[in-house]
Design a protein around this ligand. Structure first.
Ligand SMILES: [Zn+2]
Ligand SMILES: [Zn+2]
Length: 333
């Protein structure tokens, strides 16, 4: 089979992805093998390729928004049948026994395995997944629509909960790419007022099209104080900007796995009045199941740009340079 791998991270325009021929993997205990039909491209894949996140194994295949068909099952794997369509997401496995797993916070597991970072992911013809960490997908959802839900959607949903906006409250969204455009749909469907602060014409146009209450530039003040905000852009300099936009008691949730340096905060203007700043780290399987159900019920639609799997480097470069709105997906057909 073929796979795109990262062995020497480099700026995206230098071509850090390399296509290799490798043996099709055999599923181990409790694993299933997925014949990949589609894999979403997430900003985390870009951070991995460029070395912001150092690869955790040599020649790892990125990709953690994987949709495909089960074509082999390992010993003791009984959850999915051969021929079933499933989704593979970022959280590939946890130990189930550390103090965080035991208290229900498996997103904080001290020895997790992540798809497309610790284990080979979906920029390939096939991959393996522990069946306990895979997702069933609604039949009505086309592959291309399902893929971005698996990380962009799930992490955005967790970030939305972390931003703790009360019913009918005011949410700020900083940065408007794959994850934000799905999260905004949930927030709007739930009756929040949504203010989008982002650079990029594509992103601003998409936010307006989805019905955001206002759309402004990344550093513009929103038209009203915010009860909560989510920072999707990997830009630490926006932290003080977003903190200033919060109302008393408001929370800023930083959704990304990587952020550039955060400048010093002015205590009175940017933190006092019980404003909170928090990060969002991975997700639990419960977040994933909840989000997928909610996305189906609320009719969340991903805006996607499809590339053949052979053009993975182009998709990653286009993401880096903000050349499209919504989410890129790689198709294997
Ligand atoms: Zn654990
Ligand atoms: Zn991701």
């Amino acid at each position: 089979m073929q796979a795109w791998v990262v062995d020497a991270p480099a700026p995206v325009d230098a071509g850090p992805l390399r296509r290799v021929e490798r043996e099709i993997p055999r599923p181990g205990p409790r694993q299933v093998r997925v014949r990949i039909t589609c894999c979403g491209v997430c900003r985390t894949d870009l951070h991995l390729a460029e070395g912001d996140l150092p690869p955790r194994r040599p020649a790892v295949a990125p990709g953690h928004e994987v949709v495909g068909i089960v074509d082999a099952v390992g010993e003791g794997a009984s959850r999915f049948a051969v021929g079933e369509r499933i989704g593979v997401a970022w959280l590939g496995r946890t130990d189930g026994s550390c103090r965080f797993c035991r208290r229900g916070d498996e997103n904080l597991c001290t020895s997790p395995l992540f798809a497309g970072w610790d284990v080979d992911g979906g920029f390939a013809d096939a991959c393996l997944v522990d069946e306990r960490f895979a997702y069933r997908l609604a039949d009505a959802l086309p592959d291309e629509q399902a893929a971005p839900l698996l990380c962009a959607g799930i992490i955005g949903y967790r970030a939305l909960r972390c931003a703790a906006v009360p019913p009918g409250g005011r949410l700020g969204i900083y940065g408007f790419g794959g994850s934000a455009h799905l999260t905004a749909q949930i927030a709007l469907a739930q009756g929040l007022r949504v203010h989008v602060l982002t650079r990029g014409e594509h992103n601003q146009a998409l936010a307006a099209e989805l019905g955001a209450d206002s759309v402004g530039g990344a550093t513009d003040p929103p038209p009203e104080p915010l009860d909560g905000a989510i920072l999707f852009a990997p830009a630490g300099e926006l932290v003080p900007v977003a903190m200033r936009a919060l109302d008393r008691g408001g929370t800023l949730a930083v959704a990304g796995i990587w952020l550039s340096a955060i400048p010093g905060l002015d205590y009175a203007a940017e933190l006092f009045d019980e404003r909170r700043l928090r990060s969002v780290t991975a997700n639990t399987r419960r977040d994933g199941e909840e989000f997928l159900r909610l996305a189906e019920r609320l009719g969340v639609r991903a805006t996607t740009v499809a590339y053949p799997m052979a053009q993975a480097p182009q998709a990653l470069a286009d993401l880096a340079h903000g050349r499209f709105g919504g989410a890129a997906v790689l198709m294997n057909q």
